[in-house]
Write a new protein. Structure first.
Lengths: 246, 246
DNA sequence: TGATGTTTTTGACAAACCGTCAAAAAATGA
DNA sequence: TCATTTTTTGACGGTTTGTCAAAAACATCA
């Protein structure tokens, strides 16, 4: 049953179309403004048809989030394949995070919604698992780099924490920074003009502090990060454009 | 006009009562479940009366957030008054964060809602400013500690970032961790069993990495954090209980 | 081609919610 | 006591959600 009838393909493509229509509504006007009526009207279908694709609007949001997190995972995987010492590859993940927040802003924002329990709980187990899997995969990619660092004796993690908890710190600082820089009422007023530079500096200090070789100073760190940015830009772009094809 | 009539006092106290009723609905069932009808029914008032207190439900959420952020500010201020070297006082802020997340879980969750633009934008300027002020104050408290560290030459911040951006890193890691540990689908599955310990470790490494004296190892760090916890517990508790009196 | 059965689409419908406002009720004060 | 002000009420118009029987479109086969 690999063959799909014309009708079936039509339906499948409409699922994607719904997400395409729903996305700007969610992003620009929030979850409340995203109504089934409105999506239906905009697509010139009856409301019932939309309900054939998604049982409720929460599920639409989760479906969008799956796409976004799969994109993030792709960027992480690409970054992790960089041919360099483990620490540089770890920094490459940071570059992927920066890229994601800056160039895939909409996807980053969509990711936020899944943290809302009332949205999460109304969604199907199937999509919840897809998201869990993505999160697991992302953690796995970074954990792989850490494991390489440990194996090559370029890094030594204190016995008080697990490698995953080590990763968690970077996750938290990046994630926290992204949320704050998006939603905090005017960081500039608080004296924070370049949150991205600040996070770079903190990550460098952390990596140095944990003794991950090669150690480096700010100048060298910036040079490497910029080099990584250049190296990835084209690849990242094509990943962003070709997504959904897999 | 300092004197309030009985009626006026009645009305004022009802505002607080509304928040008391609305809070568990918001926390347990989310923003959508929080309806004016329901609050009114539960308080045995007509809906119009609730609208006399708040022009919409967004404003109720922001009012709750103001309370929560004022509590956070109080905890920060208390922590910052600890008589010790600047670095230890910085760690005291970390303890306040831990306390807030663990013992004032509901307040922490309420804080989240203000990051939702559709809620923020519908609220009154007055409450928005109250929240901005709280955030500014919190930053100010921590910045004060950093300034003391700089003045006493116990800390030297790289010229590439501002003192506020230095603070930002700690804000981000704590904030990010709180959000992740609350909403990430099962951190334990990812191998993260003690997010709080992990954050402690990362903060210690950061503070050491920036050369903030006195430098310390994990054992010493834990000892100090535990001591701070003990020192604050009673004060924090009474702050939590007496809030709203100011 | 046309008759028959299946799948898909449709939009009217009940229930719930938001925010308004004129009228009713309560409080105030002379 | 009665006139004036303040507060409360709940019915109302306009939306939204999710359902479901009927209509339309499609597939299959004689």
């Amino acid at each position: 049953m690999v063959e799909l009838t014309r009708k079936q393909r039509e339906i499948a493509s409409r699922t994607a179309e719904i997400l395409r229509v729903a996305r700007p509504i969610l992003l620009r006007e929030g979850f409340q403004a995203l109504s089934m009526d409105r999506v239906a009207a905009q697509m010139e279908y009856a409301k019932g048809t939309i309900y054939n694709h998604f049982p409720n609007k929460e599920e639409i949001v989760l479906a969008m989030a799956v796409e976004s997190m799969q994109l993030r995972r792709s960027l992480f995987e690409r970054a992790s394949r960089w041919q360099a010492k483990s620490r540089i590859r770890m920094m490459a993940i940071g570059v992927a995070c920066e890229y994601f927040t800056q160039n895939c802003r909409e996807d980053f924002l969509v990711e936020q919604w899944i943290r809302d329990h009332s949205i999460w709980d109304k969604s199907s187990e199937k999509r919840q698992n897809l998201i869990r899997q993505c999160e697991l995969d992302c953690m796995g990619v970074v954990d792989g780099i850490v494991q390489d660092g440990l194996r090559d004796r370029e890094l030594l993690i204190p016995s008080a924490i697990t490698p995953q908890e080590f990763v968690y710190g970077f996750w938290a600082i990046n994630y926290g920074s992204q949320i704050l820089s998006y939603s905090s009422p005017s960081l500039a007023t608080l004296g924070i003009h370049s949150p991205i530079q600040a996070v770079r500096m903190h990550c460098m200090t952390l990596l140095n502090g944990f003794g991950w070789h090669p150690q480096m100073d700010w100048e060298r760190c910036q040079a490497i990060m910029d080099e990584l940015s250049d190296g990835f830009n084209k690849d990242f772009e094509s990943i962003c454009n070709n997504r959904g094809t897999a």
